[in-house]
Design a binder for this molecule. Sequence first.
Ligand code: UDP
Length: 200
Amino acid sequence: PVPVSVLGVRVDRITQQQVLDYIIERIVTQQQSTLLCQQIITVNPEFVMAAQRNSDFLTCINQAALVVPDGIGIVWAARYLGRPTPERVTGVDTVVALARRCAEAGYRLYLLGAAPGVAEIAASRLQELAPGLQIAGTYAGSPAASEEETILERISNARADILLVAYGAPAQDLWIKRNLSRLPVAIAIGVGGTFDFLAG
Ligand code: UDP
């Protein structure tokens, strides 16, 4: 279906299942022929408000490979606009479901961001929820430009398929966008407070 535009922000009308299928298919294609990393953004109402004041963020969202309807306010807005989304797709649920798909298929996740130590705990929790999941690596780092080379090198050495970035919006999404052409993964997703949530 045609995406819905919420105050100029594109939102794709997709289910969690479709998001997962898209990611897995992209990894498979990536392994056959080297493709650039693709960006996935999970949009909630705060993103829409922030994008009104930040045109780089607006462009970043609208150019992403997938814009996922996170946040019940987005689901309501889409319905009101006559282009309903099939369901709400929350970041945390999607990460857990993705971890299970990755565990089955042997695909590797890299967890970047959050306070030092949090990504490690979140990774263990994901491995409990998705037995057999391979964690390619974890690193807190920071979204500062001065750290980009270090981070890219770490991710590259880790041979990950999917990168989850927890630097909060819009920093995480702009970080991914800025590094998209150099990220050695099939898919990168901004996940906000997901690691904190998983780490409890
Ligand atoms: N964060 C970080 N470095 C920063 C800014 C934020 O690692 O420079 C992390 C923070 O520790 C938290 C996440 O980014 O784990 C942002 O969570 P928040 O709930 O603020 O994000 P939201 O879901 O609101 O986008």
